[in-house]
Design a protein. Sequence first.
Length: 321
Amino acid sequence: MREMKKKFLLAVAALFFLTGCVFISLPGVQPLTEKVVDGKGADKVLLVDVSGIITDDDASNLLGIETGPNLTARIKEELTLASSDALVKAVVLRINTPGGSVTTCDIITHELKEFKKKRKVPVVAELMDVAASGGYYIAASSDRIIAHPTTVTGSIGVIAYNINAGGLMQKIGITDQTVKSGDMKDIGSPLRPMTEEERKIILTVLNGMHDRFLEVILDGRKGLSRAELVKLADGRIYSAPQALDLKLIDSIGYLDDAIEAAKREAGIKEARVITYSAPRAYKNNIYSGPAATAPKGLNIINLDPGFSKRFGLSFMYLWMP
């Protein structure tokens, strides 16, 4: 009897671990606080990070540790704090991303434009390692774009990632039994091959998103004509010198050059460079990483580290070969 009880308890424990239902409570995410990372004086230049793949997924790691709010929520919080601080005279966007979700990139761009309307302070974008597709989409809303000498940018366009797992399903004996009210209800389904008619419908949606991309760039890059932009907006990437020649950026320089440009645009000679980050986050200079927030929970075994969210059709302003 004792042996059976022991086996039962072990089975229950194993079930909890395998279903990812074992959690350890950790402190919740706290409001962002201001940290000075460089400079001096009363005025401030806010440094905002736009890094990693741009999605609205809450930040977490493979263990299921939730490390903070999604990118849109963090940037919105930072811009809200800056809006209420009259000493913030300029903003520098430190962009290091291959892009991401069409809608998330568009929301962040919208929030930046609304901030500029409200505060009327200069916004300078510094393109770091990669600032492609959605990264450039966001940068186009700034007043000045500076690229690092080794930046890769461009990739102007939209892509719909999709897979067809129908052949694999047949091999392992799984049958698609989807019931739909209309022929196009499951358009883009990964459970079967895409028809030519479906491909045309999806391409029409993509073309509309591509046109929106072009309009955002033309609105921000006044020296670039539509004819010039259409020629270079075929999805290819560009080096910093190429981007400068094509008028996609204003100059080539380092992050401290972008900060100095922001101060000039704001008409100030000296300023403290600040970031908004978690209370315990370590920040000691302008190259300190993005704000990290306290984890909300620890999932001992995380069986879904985000891969299932990529299963299906996704519209992306993203360069990910």
